[in-house]
Design a binder for this molecule. Structure first.
Ligand code: ADP
Length: 165
């Protein structure tokens, strides 16, 4: 049984992330999506609990996809959950620079136990990112090209709650 961990902020999960999850679930027996607090991205749009609820709902019918949350090092979560490797998605050269450093650090801090496998998003998702989705929403424009309808609905509801504060 080959289980892999797909860690990230997923604030929110986009069609680009979902494309990577789909590819990973075809390649491996089980994919665990780990929604982690990124210390560099302090306040999120959704709370971690909201992100977990959304992603769980999206994949409720997929029995080889699990969703967890956590804090700390992704490699520790991978080892704890018996994952063979970490999955990351690559879009562009700028992702590559960051990911290549991250995989080296993850390999070192896990004493060579955890390797990283990069998957490439299909071309229509190459320019989709959580931050641009939030920007487009902030401009009152349609985000349905970038996120699942469920995510769109939750984002609109959340934005209304911000506006009413
Ligand atoms: P992080 O804060 O760890 O970068 P993200 O949620 O932004 O978390 O991304 C998680 C992973 O998914 C990263 O490897 C990122 O490069 C990848 N990713 C994000 N958007 C896309 C996309 N549109 N296509 C492919 N991979 C993506």
């Amino acid at each position: 049984m080959t289980r892999v961990l797909y860690p990230g902020s997923f604030d929110p999960i986009t069609k680009g992330h979902m494309n990577i999850v789909e590819q990973a679930s075809e390649l491996f027996d089980e994919v665990i999506i780990a929604i982690l607090q990124n210390p560099l991205k302090k306040s999120g749009f959704f709370t971690i609990e909201e992100r977990v609820a959304i992603v769980k709902e999206l994949y409720q019918r997929m029995n080889n996809i699990r969703v967890i949350s956590g804090s700390g090092a992704a490699v520790d979560i991978a080892i704890l959950n018996d994952c063979k490797a970490i999955i990351r998605g690559l879009r562009s050269l700028s992702d590559y620079d960051y990911e290549v450093q991250l995989q080296q650090i993850n390999k070192e801090i896990s004493n060579n136990q955890i390797n990283t496998i990069c998957l490439f998003a299909d071309k229509e998702y190459q320019f989709v990112s959580s931050s641009t989705v939030k920007e487009v929403l902030g401009l009152d424009k349609d985000i349905s090209r970038y996120v699942d309808p469920l995510v769109q609905e939750r984002m609109l509801t959340k934005r209304r709650s911000f506006n009413n504060e």
